[in-house]
Design a protein around this ligand. Structure first.
Ligand code: ZN
Length: 289
């Protein structure tokens, strides 16, 4: 090994160490923030994890718990605003990374609620970190009312995970949508457990709802209504670009690395995840699923 290559190796190790140190420091103290999106309606979290909660005269409704540490921090944030009881913890869908740590709210007396499809999946795929729902709802819509406030629980069918619930707050003109809209980011890696076509259909149906603000689970606490259309447009542009490559005769295996969408260059994950996104949609085009 030459001095030059040893030097490069040490420099790389030093960078790696710094990243590791910063990474663990960031993990130890996430800069969690509570954001009031509308009177009584809050987003809580930081960076890659935001849940939602609503304070009513009859108690608090929490949507998603992420993990035990997040749930504890979320409960602390709620307790800074109210000492009303936590009445409900509502799951958005079945994925462990969004609904672990529910025991924190269950211990406060919360009723854990999910769509029936979420509960069915959890029954056959239990996790020690996930509290089973106490109650379920089924069909396309259910109204959760508490202390003079209301949340519409909406199910659009298959799109991502099982029993994916979009929360609509009619009086607050807002929705909380988990994983289906992530602002200014391409889709996550290989779009795990997404059906891209059904995702597009769902976003088009969501656009018909009445709301002004969109609360997210990733990247930002909330943003404008237009972020739903932006997410849909990205998926449509990706599909169109893949179909154009196939039409041009680009070899199937080369399509994902050939597709470019320069209009999304500034979005998070563009360089690394665009080819992965393209693989997922290409396989759906080829296989039907
Ligand atoms: Zn998910």
């Amino acid at each position: 090994m030459s001095f030059t290559s040893l030097g490069r190796l040490l420099a790389a190790a030093a960078v790696g160490l710094c990243l590791a140190v910063f990474g663990s420091a960031a993990e130890a103290k996430p800069a969690y923030q509570t954001t009031e999106v509308a009177p009584g309606l809050y987003s809580f979290g930081a960076g890659m994890a935001f849940n939602a909660f609503m304070i009513t005269d009859g108690g608090v409704i929490v949507m998603d718990s992420f993990d035990a540490d997040f749930a504890k921090a979320s409960l602390e944030a709620i307790r800074k605003l109210t000492d009303k009881p936590i009445k409900y913890l509502v799951y958005s869908h079945n994925h462990y990374d969004h609904i672990s740590g529910g025991a924190v709210f269950k211990a406060e007396g919360a009723t854990v609620l999910s769509h029936q499809a979420t509960a069915d999946w959890l029954k056959s795929h239990p996790s020690p970190d996930v509290v089973m729902p106490d109650r379920t709802w089924s069909g396309a819509k259910s109204e959760l009312k508490l202390g003079g406030k209301e949340i519409d629980l909406l199910y659009f069918g298959a799109n991502h995970g099982e029993g994916m619930t979009v929360f609509r707050f009619p009086k607050e003109h807002a929705i909380y949508t988990v994983d289906l809209v992530v602002p200014k980011r391409v889709a996550f890696t290989y779009m795990p457990d997404f059906s891209p076509r059904e995702w597009e259909r769902t976003l088009a149906e969501m656009e018909r709802l009445d709301f002004d603000k969109v609360m997210y689970a990733h990247n930002a606490p909330f943003g404008p209504r237009s972020s739903v259309a932006d997410q849909l447009k990205y998926l449509q542009d990706l599909r169109a670009a893949i179909l154009a490559e196939l039409k041009k005769g680009t070899p199937f295996m080369k399509v994902p690395d050939t597709v470019k969408l320069p209009q999304y260059e500034t979005w998070d994950g563009y360089e690394e995840w665009l080819p992965m996104n393209a693989w997922r949609v290409l396989l759906e085009i080829a296989m039907g699923v």
